[in-house]
Design a protein around this ligand. Structure first.
Ligand SMILES: [Zn+2]
Length: 108
């Protein structure tokens, strides 16, 4: 799994605000922990920014969750094909996560 692939994948997603496709140049990979990748994306059209957590497993079709809030998580859990385990993992992780990416990715 490499950053180029992740970015390419993200460029197929649309901005939640205006519906424009994300541009590969506006996608920043923050890092990853196991199968969970964190990206910062900004829309080339309306310039809104989003934090994206994507669970991407080798050998399976990619499953992506774009979320900022618990309410959105619940919405995606009901509306998408992502497995319940993935949501539970993400939910638990985000509950504990204090937003400090620098600390997160410096952990070994
Ligand atoms: Zn937009």
């Amino acid at each position: 799994m490499n950053e180029r692939f992740i970015k390419k994948l993200m460029s197929t997603m649309k901005c939640g605000v205006c519906g424009e496709h994300y541009d590969i140049n506006n996608i920043k990979v923050l890092g990853h922990r196991d199968d969970m990748w964190f990206l910062n994306v900004s829309c080339p059209a309306c310039h809104s920014q989003a934090l994206v957590a994507a669970v991407i497993k080798e050998g399976k079709p990619p499953e992506i969750v774009t979320d900022l809030t618990k309410a959105e998580l619940v919405k995606f859990a009901q509306a998408s094909i992502i497995s319940a385990d993935d949501i539970l993992d993400l939910h638990g992780f985000l509950n504990d996560f204090d937003g400090d990416f620098a600390k997160l990715f410096s952990q070994k």
